[in-house]
Design a protein around this ligand. Structure first.
Ligand SMILES: *Cc1c(COP(=O)(O)O)cnc(C)c1O
Length: 391
């Protein structure tokens, strides 16, 4: 078994080197192949580098066109987008919010910033999204409906919202999630931070719930350096989002009048300039990332592992390529992590479950045994859009 596992990780390492070339390979590296220099220079030349300038609205308009969202509000990062989106969904102090245990920590942090409490839920084992059937059973047992609110029987707190997260770019089953949310009276805020370019039956992720968010961090599918966006079809929410993200300042040529406790969350123009150029490259990025998924599938087909593909009816953006090593002991995972990182190939385990982290250890959680199993057998491997031509 030891010998077999050793060969197994060597084969994967060789395939990665064949695709990306020898030398260090990062997990996900941005590529700047288009108008990035020219737009950023233009923003600098104009002196409008900060939170006012034409690139912000251009970027928002292009994103709205691409995603089909009626309104897009660009903000400083995906975490800020989540924070504001949760507030606008009505999440307030002492509410609970259902979020996957298997997600990036920002999802839980944004809930905490609202004074609310994350309530951790399990994942499904094929595409790593929400386990809707299991969640329905759990909510059936552990909540009651009181004056139109979903109340946790154990804590007495209102469960206000659910945050489906499109893990590594694979869409959750939004049809099932929407029907569950309406059945239990939950608001939906989609964490589509990893999902730009991913579609569920032809509809872009992040546009199903009342609110959705995107991230343009350096490691995401396109980058603005740091950045994020709120997506919504609701006119009122869109106005509030823009107002609250710009310090709740009333429009006036010189007076400083703020009618609420706002946030300084607006995306700067210089970042939007970078984002606009990146957005022009989306189709190229998506094509390469889809091709990379197929190459991994072909080249690793002899091993007893699975390369995660598109969920049924969906087009994933393949943000991070993910292998299921089919070994619940964690042995294969640890070996591959050690051997690949030792030769400069960046591979990562999927996240530590958030309900096991210090700040969240006492939060309510359902049984998350599927997510637990996934953390022992799933690995992210190099996923950049820049790949060598390959036979
Ligand atoms: C990246 C990410 C975020 C946060 O985005 P930032 O722009 O880094 O703040 C939130 N949720 C998930 C699932 C992410 O992957």
């Amino acid at each position: 078994m030891q010998q077999q596992n050793a060969n197994f990780s060597q084969i994967i390492i060789e395939v990665i080197q064949e695709i990306f070339g020898p030398g260090p390979v990062s997990l996900h590296q941005p590529s700047f192949l288009g108008n990035e220099w020219s737009y950023v220079k233009d923003a600098i030349d104009s002196t409008f580098v900060s939170s006012v300038g034409p690139y912000v609205s251009k970027f928002e308009t292009e994103l709205a066109g691409y995603t089909g969202a009626k309104h897009v509000i660009a903000v400083t990062n995906g975490t800020a987008a989540l924070h504001l989106a949760l507030l606008l969904a009505g999440v307030s102090r002492n509410d609970e919010v259902l979020i996957p245990a298997l997600t990036f920590v920002a999802t839980a942090n944004a809930v905490s910033y609202c004074g609310a409490i994350p309530h951790f839920i399990d994942s499904e084992d094929k595409y790593l999204g929400l386990n809707v059937e299991k969640l329905a059973e759990y909510l059936e047992e552990s909540t009651i409906q009181l004056s139109g609110n979903c109340v946790n029987k154990k804590t007495g707190r209102i469960i206000r919202a659910i945050v489906p997260m499109h893990t590594f770019g694979h869409p959750c089953n939004m049809e099932k999630i929407m029907s569950l949310a309406s059945r239990f009276h939950l608001k939906i805020v989609e964490d589509a931070a990893e999902g730009l370019g991913s579609f569920f039956y032809g509809k872009h992720v992040g546009t199903f719930g009342e609110l959705g968010v995107l991230s343009f961090n350096g490691n995401k599918i396109i980058t603005t350096g740091g950045g994020g966006a709120i997506l919504t079809n609701n006119d009122f929410i869109a106005l509030r989002a823009k107002h609250l993200s710009t310090t709740a300042k009333i429009n006036h040529p010189w007076e400083y009048i703020h009618d609420d406790i706002g946030f300084n969350y607006r995306l700067p123009n210089i970042n939007a300039a970078l984002g606009l150029a990146q957005l022009e490259l989306m189709s190229e990025f998506l094509e390469n990332k889809r091709r990379l998924n197929q190459i991994y599938k072909d080249k690793l087909s002899g091993l007893n592992i699975a390369v995660i593909g598109d969920p049924p009816g969906c087009a994933s953006n393949f943000w991070l390529q993910t292998l299921d090593l089919k070994d619940s002991s964690g042995k294969r995972l640890n070996l591959l992590l050690a051997e690949s990182n030792a030769v400069g190939i960046s591979t990562r385990p999927i996240w530590r479950l958030l309900n096991t982290l210090d700040p969240y250890i006492n939060c309510p959680a359902m049984n998350v045994e599927v997510a637990e199993r996934l953390t022992k057998s799933m690995i992210n491997i190099p996923s950049s859009a820049l790949i060598r031509p390959i036979s």
